[in-house]
Unconditional design. Structure first.
Length: 315
C-alpha cells in the first residue's frame, strides 16, 4: 500500500483522484486545499488529515517523511493551472513522485525546470493523459498505424462545453491563471491528436477570444480543423436547450464515438503509473509546446479548407 497526499482537494477533478487512490488499494494520508468544501472525503477516505494552509500541510508531510512506514510515496496535484509548477516541485522535494492533472505547466521552459528538480530529488513527475487509455482512441490509433504511410486523415474537432457567469469570476476565467480556453479545455485533445497522428508540423490560429478559440493543426498523419468554446451560443441548434456540451470528432467522414468510457480512466492512469508505465515530462512536452504556440499566436485568415465551419459563423 502506497501513501498519497492530494493538493487541490476541493477542485472539480479531485474526487476522481481520490477514488483512483482508493480503487488501486492505496491510502490517502493527507489532503490540502484553501477551500474547506471537501465533504466528498467522508465517502472515500474519512481518516485523511486535511489542511487549508499549505505551510501546515507541508510541515505535516515533512513529519510523515521521518518514518518510512508513513512517508509519502506520491503527491497528486489537482490545484489551479498556474500553481501546478510550484506544487509539483514541492511534492518532489518532499521525496515523493508526483501525479499532476493537465495542463502540467504552461511552457516548455517549465518542463525543463521540472526535469532539473527530478534530477535533484531522484523522484518523477507523471502527467494524467487519460485519453491515451480510452479504447476508442486506441482503436483509432491502431487504424492510423495500419493505413498506408502516405495517408493523411482529415479531422474536424469541435468541443463546446457551456460555462455560466461563475466561470469568468473564478481562476479559470483569468488567463494569467488558466492560460486561456485553448489550454484549459483543449490541452488533452492536442495530446490525443499527437498520440494518434504523430508529430505536429504546422500550427495556425484563426480565432482567439476569452470564451473560444479555433485554428488548424497539421500532423504527420492528419490535417485538423479545430474549434473550442465555453459559450452556449456556439451550440448547434439541435443541441441548444437539450444539452450543455457538444463534442464531435470527425475523421475523414467517420465520427469518432468516445462519449462513453471516461468514468474509470483516472483509475486506469493510476494503475499504469503504479506499474511503472506512467506518462512523464517527455510525453507531456508535445501538447505543452502546442498550447504555448496557440496562446502567443496572432490569428490569421485561414486558407481554403483549413478553417473550421464554426469560425465562419462568428464572422
Amino acid at each position: 500500500m502506497k501513501n498519497f497526499a492530494l493538493i487541490g482537494a476541493a477542485g472539480y477533478i479531485a474526487p476522481r483522484h481520490m477514488r483512483a487512490i482508493k480503487d488501486t488499494g492505496n491510502h490517502l494520508a493527507v489532503a490540502y486545499d484553501i477551500n474547506d468544501s471537501v465533504g466528498i472525503i467522508d465517502s472515500i477516505s474519512p481518516q485523511s488529515e486535511f489542511f487549508t494552509e499549505f505551510e501546515r500541510f507541508q510541515e505535516h508531510a515533512q513529519q510523515l517523511k521521518r518514518n518510512p512506514a508513513s512517508a509519502l510515496d506520491y503527491v497528486a496535484v489537482c490545484s489551479p493551472n498556474y500553481l501546478h509548477h510550484a506544487h509539483i516541485a514541492a511534492g518532489l522535494r518532499l521525496g515523493a513522485d508526483v501525479i499532476c492533472e493537465k495542463p502540467l505547466v504552461p511552457t516548455p521552459e517549465l518542463v525543463d525546470e521540472l526535469a532539473l528538480v527530478e534530477k535533484e530529488t531522484g523522484r518523477r513527475v507523471h502527467n494524467i493523459l487519460q485519453l491515451r487509455h480510452h479504447e476508442a482512441i486506441l482503436r483509432l490509433r491502431d487504424k492510423v498505424a495500419k493505413a498506408p504511410s502516405d495517408t493523411k486523415f482529415d479531422v474536424e474537432l469541435t468541443y463546446i462545453t457551456s460555462r455560466g457567469k461563475w466561470y469568468a469570476e473564478s481562476w479559470k476565467g483569468d488567463n494569467r491563471k488558466s492560460f486561456g480556453v485553448a489550454t484549459n479545455i483543449g490541452v488533452h485533445f492536442y495530446d490525443m491528436l499527437h498520440f494518434i497522428f504523430g508529430k505536429l508540423q504546422r500550427n495556425v490560429v484563426h480565432y482567439s477570444g476569452v470564451a473560444k478559440a479555433a485554428g488548424y493543426l497539421e500532423y504527420e498523419r492528419a490535417r485538423v480543423r479545430w474549434f473550442l468554446s465555453i459559450d452556449a451560443d456556439d451550440l448547434p441548434a439541435d443541441v441548444k436547450g437539450k444539452k450543455t456540451t457538444f463534442r464531435n470528432i470527425d475523421v475523414s467522414g467517420e465520427k469518432l464515438e468516445f462519449s462513453e468510457g471516461f468514468t474509470d480512466l483516472h483509475t486506469v492512469s493510476y494503475q499504469e503509473i503504479l506499474a511503472g508505465r506512467g506518462y512523464g515530462l517527455a510525453d507531456a512536452r508535445h501538447c505543452i509546446e502546442t498550447v504555448n504556440v496557440i496562446r502567443s499566436a496572432v490569428p490569421v485568415k485561414g486558407e481554403q479548407g483549413e478553417v473550421h465551419p464554426f469560425v465562419q459563423r462568428l464572422a
